[in-house]
Design a protein around this ligand. Sequence first.
Ligand SMILES: [Zn+2]
Length: 315
Amino acid sequence: MEVNIKTLTPLWTGGVEAGKCDRIHETGILGSLRWWMEVLVRGVGGNACDPTEQKCLYDPKKPNNGLCDVCKVFGATGWKRRFRLSVNVDDEQSKTVWQPSVPLRITPFDRTRGWFLNPGWLGTLQIKIQGDPETLVELYILLRFIETWGNIGARPQLGYGAFRIIDIKDPPPAACYAIYGDRSPSDQPDLRTFTFFKLRFTTKTATWWQTVPGIRELRGKLDKKREWSELEQLAKHGMVPTTPALKIIFAIIINGHPRTYPIGFSVQFGRETIASAVKLPSVGHIAWILQMSGRFEVGCICLKITMDAPSSERF
Ligand SMILES: [Zn+2]
């Protein structure tokens, strides 16, 4: 299987010399593939060891030969990796390599230290993967997943290694993914165009929810006594219907006033001006704030983000 990809952000796979990207190192690609496979395997309830702690040890006497679902593919002590991976770069294309003479230093307005963005590799590359069909299918799906949600190489925390697959030559002949085809996203709800986030936080007081915009207005009002006791009941069970307030906050963020309205619930909910904001697209699922094992959690699914047209009419 040969996967042709185009980098969307610089690719960093480590180098011999610190801070320099001399060539693409296969180990850097492999490391990120393994990390994402662990995420996927754990995400469906499977077993993936923590390679930073202790990887699996091959032992034919143990169930599954003592290997987790990831080591089975990526190898462990006594068990060879199930595939070979090599990288070829297109020399013509790689002339666009981003090799600035000094690392970019980016320090946002209210920060003192900032971030250094070192050079990375840009262009198109071919990742050749050889292995048995079952392994190739797993890697095919893995790469398709990472293309949408992840990064290859190192420094994903700095946004490095975003990519798109141009084409895949000699894909594994397997029905399990082929039945879904290769359609590109349309206007219909499509997982590939969704954005998710989940935020967990703890609070200092049990009554924090009483300052949530929309909720706090009900407090102490004689004609809203019943609503208020409903809210108290919900809060007692760890549920706060914050969706309306959050829709407003997210709309403000999307419309570009993040400094006035940072995502900080304690600060956020203490503000007066929030109510004057615009509405968020109805094409988003915003959860209530709920309590889970002592902490609060709030999540959001944006079915589609149209950052290029943040006008209130559109939302
Ligand atoms: Zn393992």
